[in-house]
Design a protein around this ligand. Structure first.
Ligand code: GDP
Ligand code: K
Ligand code: MG
Length: 314
């Protein structure tokens, strides 16, 4: 008789400064685009669950907003979410990118997070992401510097973008999960509703196409999601988009001037955002999508608790 394999399951949180590649890593681990990605900070605003299920175990990863010292209601909200996640998991994956070029350094932003992790006292991996961007020799001294700051259970260099080291990382994470039965049914991938993902895919296109100050002031809400014609007619070959989903969503900004930027000359910017978002949403939903977007102004929403609540951040 073959020996019974131990089944492990638990939670692991991706924690780190903005832009180090936490969301890219979540997507690579799960093989799905659960979290939007952009070169701008504050891309991830909520905690995002991504579940990986294998015969030998299950890991529920939590992607989180970047931790940084910044003012403002929305920033506080995001940092709280990230720090809360640390308390809720079995293992912390502290993600960093190589910094300091030829002379590697940890830096104040990472030290600030490490202080919090010291207090939390959870088993923690150091994930050095973006190793595709540096020559190999800088990694050893960098690891040395980090090891002097914190007793990491493991150090794993990866490139989330190139899928380099990600499988090894998953195996190491699983070894640190407690023994136990799966926490989620095996077909569960995330706890995000389709409507939430749709709103995020639209926000991603705003991040992609608009310049710096716009993204921070933007939130997206789905107003209308009609899937009454979602099912393709009987006899449609598998894989062929045949059903239709009608979606209306609002892009919220804080000022009229921002609204004008998102709409663009003769509506060109909004059209581009809509076209690109629709393509991504069609892939997500596996049906044709009719997407109608409008831009609304909600003054200073990101500075007010009621504003945050109204736009879905609570
Ligand atoms: P997050 O803010 O930590 O969630 O970071 P994102 O996942 O949004 O990524 C921030 C930026 O870093 C994006 O432009 C990504 O394409 C880029 N990025 C993420 N992982 C890698 C990597 O392994 N190598 C390189 N070169 N870029 C990466
Ligand atoms: K980002
Ligand atoms: Mg992110």
């Amino acid at each position: 008789m073959a020996p019974q394999q131990t089944h492990r399951s638990g939670f692991a949180a991706l924690i780190g400064r903005p832009n180090v590649g936490k969301s890219t890593l979540l997507n690579q681990l799960t093989g799905e685009k659960l979290a939007i990605v952009s070169p701008k900070p504050q891309t991830t605003r909520n905690r995002i669950l991504g579940v990986v299920t294998r015969p030998e175990g299950q890991v529920a990863f939590l992607d989180t907003p970047g931790i940084h010292q910044a003012k403002g209601e929305l920033n506080r909200y995001m940092v709280d979410i990230a720090l809360q996640a640390v308390d809720d998991v079995d293992l912390v994956l502290f993600v960093v990118e190589p910094t300091g070029g030829e002379k590697p350094e940890v830096g104040p932003g990472n030290r600030f997070i490490l202080e919090r992790l010291q207090k939390a006292g959870k088993p923690t991996f150091l994930i050095i992401n973006k190793i595709d961007t540096v020559p190999k020799p800088v990694l050893l001294p960098l690891i040395e510097l980090y090891r002097n700051e914190f007793p990491f259970a493991e150090v794993v260099p990866i490139s989330a973008k190139d899928d380099d080291g990600v499988e090894q990382l998953f195996k190491a994470v699983l070894q640190h999960m407690p023994e136990g039965d799966p926490l989620f049914p095996e077909d569960v991938l995330t706890d995000q509703a389709e409507k939430t993902l749709v709103a995020e895919y639209i926000r991603e296109q705003v991040l992609r196409h608009c310049r710096q100050e716009i993204p921070y002031s933007t939130a997206v809400l789905v107003d209308f999601f009609d899937e009454s014609e979602r099912e393709p007619p009987p006899g449609t070959p598998p894989g062929k988009l045949a059903g239709l989903i009608r979606i209306a969503a609002s892009i919220y900004v804080e000022r009229d001037s921002q609204k004008a930027i998102i709409i663009g000359k003769q509506g060109q910017m909004l059209k581009t955002i809509g076209t690109d978002a629709r393509k991504a949403i069609q892939r997500l939903l596996g049906a044709h999508v009719y997407l109608s977007l409008r831009v609304r102004v909600e003054p200073r929403w990101s500075e007010r608790p009621e504003g945050l609540k109204k736009l879905g951040y609570e």
